[in-house]
Design a binder for this molecule. Structure first.
Ligand code: UDP
Length: 488
C-alpha cells in the first residue's frame, strides 16, 4: 500500500502556501495526500487558487475541510487572530478527531491506506495530540523563520538572565544576551513582537507561544522551510532540542525543480501557478514589468495579514513617489486599519500623488508574488518580512527593505540586515523622508550594488541546496524515507 499523509496547515495565507507546496512535493514522491483546511479558507481557495484547481483533479490528492468554529461573516484578520486561534483549539479539536475517524472509512472505500502520517502546522498542538491518541505518527512544520523559533526556545533563559520581561520604559535598542548565537547583534526590538506586547511572563500570549514551541519537541520530526547555508548557526542550536529536524526549503523552489524534472518529458512548457491564493491575483503587473528596465522596480508588499494606519499608507506613498523610483505596490483591499471584511474597497490614488503614481507606479490588490520577485525588472522588495516573502526574495537574489509588522518578522528583519546583509531594516520607523531615503539607498549607488551582490550570493546558495545532492534535496529524501516507513 502507498503511505497516506494528512497535511494540516493553520488557516493563514503564508501557512497554506508553504504547506500546500510540501503536500504536492510529497504527492510527487508517491504518497496519497489529504490536505485539510478550514471551510472558510477552502471556499476562498476554490475561488482564487490555481494550484487548488489543478491539484484537486489529481486522483491521489484530496482536499477536505472542517469548520474553524467561527461564524462565516467574522473577519479572520490579524487583529482577530487570537479569536481564530482559540476557536480552532477549542472547537476544531473534537471536529478533527471526528475527521480522523471518518477519513478511515473514506480511505478504505477508495482503496487507500488509512492515514499513516500527519504533517501538522506546529502552531496547532491539539491536532498532534489527537493523532497521537490514535497512534498516528506526527511531524510538525513551523512556517516561521528559524531565527525567531530559536528565540522562543530561549524564553526561559531570557527570564532567568533577568533580560525579560523588559523593565518599564526600557530602551528597545539595548542588546539582549541570553539567546545563544545572537549575543552580538540582537536588540530588545528584534525579539518577536509578543515579547514587547506581553507585560509579564504569565501573559497568555507568551504561554501559547512557549507551549507551541515546546510541543514541537514531542513530534517524530520537525520540518523547517529554510536551507542550511542560510541558517546554519540557528539550526545547530535548534537541533540540540529537536534532533530530527528536516531542513527542506525553499519549498517553492524545491517544488519547481521537482515538477520540471517530472514534467519535462510529458507536459513540457506547463506554467501553472503553485500558489494557494486566498485573493484573486492580478497578473496584469507582469506585462507592465516586462516594459520596465532591468532592476529598476521596487516591489512593495506587506503580505496577507499586515494592517497599517491610513497615515502610514500616505507616508509610504509620498516616500515612494518622492524617491523617483519605479514601484509595483500590492495594496490589499483590507490593508488599511478598520477595513475588516477581507474584501474591502480598492484604495484610490490621492490627487497630489496621481502624476507620480501613474508615471512610475503600478498598483494591484494581490500579485503573483513568486513570479514578480523572479522578474528581472525587480531591483528591491519593500516587505513586512514575513518568512515566505523573505525566502522568496532571498532565492530570487532581490535585496529587501524590511518594515516588520508582527510575530517573527522583527527577528527576521534583523537577520536580513545584520547577518545575511541582504537588505536594510527600517523597523519601527515612520515618515515619508525615511521611506524616500531608504528606497534610494537600496536602489541606487554603491550601497545598492553591495546589497545586490550579497543577495545574488545567497540566491546561489539556495540553488545549490535544492539541486540534486544539495542539503535540502537530501534532507527531503530522508523525510520521504521516514514517511514511507510509517506504512509498514
Ligand atoms: N503573496 C502573494 N501575493 C501578494 C502578497 C503575498 O502571492 O500580493 C504571498 C507571498 O508570496 C507569500 C505569502 O503570500 O508566500 C505571504 O506569506 P508571508 O509569510 O510572507 O507573510 P504573511 O502573509 O503570513 O504575513
Amino acid at each position: 500500500m502507498v503511505a497516506h499523509v494528512l497535511v494540516f496547515p493553520f488557516p493563514a495565507q503564508g501557512h497554506l502556501n508553504s504547506m500546500l507546496k510540501l503536500a504536492e512535493l510529497l504527492y510527487l514522491s508517491g504518497f496519497h495526500i489529504t490536505f485539510l483546511t478550514t471551510e472558510y479558507d477552502h471556499h476562498r481557495l476554490c475561488l482564487h487558487s490555481p494550484a487548488h484547481s489543478r491539484l484537486s483533479r489529481l486522483p491521489g490528492f484530496w482536499f477536505r475541510s472542517i469548520s474553524d468554529g467561527l461564524p462565516d461573516q467574522q473577519p479572520r484578520s490579524a487583529s482577530r487572530l487570537i479569536e481564530l486561534y482559540n476557536s480552532l483549539t477549542h472547537n476544531s479539536s473534537s471536529l478533527f478527531r471526528d475527521f480522523l475517524n471518518s477519513n478511515l472509512s473514506q480511505s478504505q472505500d477508495a482503496g487507500w491506506s488509512r492515514i499513516t502520517c500527519l504533517v501538522v502546522d506546529g502552531v496547532m498542538p491539539f491536532a498532534m495530540d489527537a493523532a497521537t491518541d490514535l497512534g498516528i505518527p506526527t511531524i510538525t512544520f513551523r512556517t516561521s523563520s528559524p531565527c525567531s523559533i530559536w528565540t522562543y526556545f530561549c524564553l526561559p533563559k531570557l527570564v532567568e538572565a533577568g533580560e525579560y520581561p523588559f523593565p518599564e520604559g526600557a530602551d528597545l535598542d539595548e542588546r539582549v544576551y541570553a539567546v545563544s548565537g545572537m549575543e552580538s547583534f540582537l536588540r530588545r526590538r528584534d525579539l518577536p513582537s509578543c515579547f514587547r506586547e506581553a507585560r509579564d511572563v504569565s501573559d497568555p500570549r507568551l504561554d501559547v507561544v512557549y507551549m507551541v514551541t515546546v510541543s514541537t519537541t514531542r513530534a517524530k520530526g520537525f520540518i523547517l522551510n529554510t536551507f542550511e547555508a542560510m541558517d546554519s548557526t540557528v539550526l545547530s542550536h535548534i537541533r540540540t532540542v529537536c534532533p530530527t529536524t528536516y531542513v527542506i526549503g525553499p519549498l517553492h523552489c524545491m517544488l519547481q525543480n521537482m515538477r520540471s524534472r517530472m514534467l519535462s518529458n510529458t507536459q513540457s512548457g506547463e506554467t501553472s501557478s503553485n500558489s494557494a491564493n486566498l485573493w484573486q491575483e492580478d497578473r496584469s503587473c507582469l506585462p507592465w514589468l516586462d516594459k520596465q528596465p532591468k532592476g529598476s522596480v521596487l516591489y512593495v508588499s506587506f503580505g496577507s495579514f499586515t494592517v497599517i494606519t491610513n497615515e502610514d499608507l500616505m507616508e509610504f506613498w509620498h516616500g515612494l513617489v518622492n524617491s523617483g523610483q519605479r514601484f509595483l505596490w500590492v495594496i490589499r483591499p483590507d490593508l488599511v486599519n478598520g477595513v475588516e471584511d477581507g474584501e474591502g474597497q480598492p484604495t484610490s490614488v490621492p490627487p497630489e500623488l496621481e502624476a507620480g503614481t501613474s508615471e512610475r507606479g503600478y498598483l494591484v490588490a494581490w500579485a503573483p508574488q513568486e513570479e514578480v520577485l523572479a522578474h528581472p525588472s525587480i531591483g528591491c522588495f519593500l516587505t513586512h518580512s514575513g518568512w515566505n516573502s523573505s525566502l522568496e526574495s532571498a532565492v530570487s537574489g532581490v535585496p529587501m527593505i524590511c518594515w516588520p509588522f508582527f510575530a517573527d518578522q522583527h527577528t527576521t528583519s534583523r537577520f536580513v540586515s545584520e547577518v545575511w546583509k541582504i537588505g536594510l531594516d527600517m523597523k519601527d520607523k515612520h515618515g515619508r523622508e525615511i521611506v524616500e531615503t531608504i528606497v534610494r539607498d537600496a536602489m541606487e549607488g554603491e550601497s545598492a550594488q553591495e546589497l545586490r551582490r550579497s543577495a545574488a550570493a545567497m540566491a546561489e546558495k539556495a540553488r545549490e541546496s535544492i539541486a540534486e545532492g544539495g542539503s535540502s534535496y537530501l534532507d527531503f529524501q530522508t523525510l520521504v524515507r521516514y514517511i514511507k516507513s510509517t506504512d509498514q
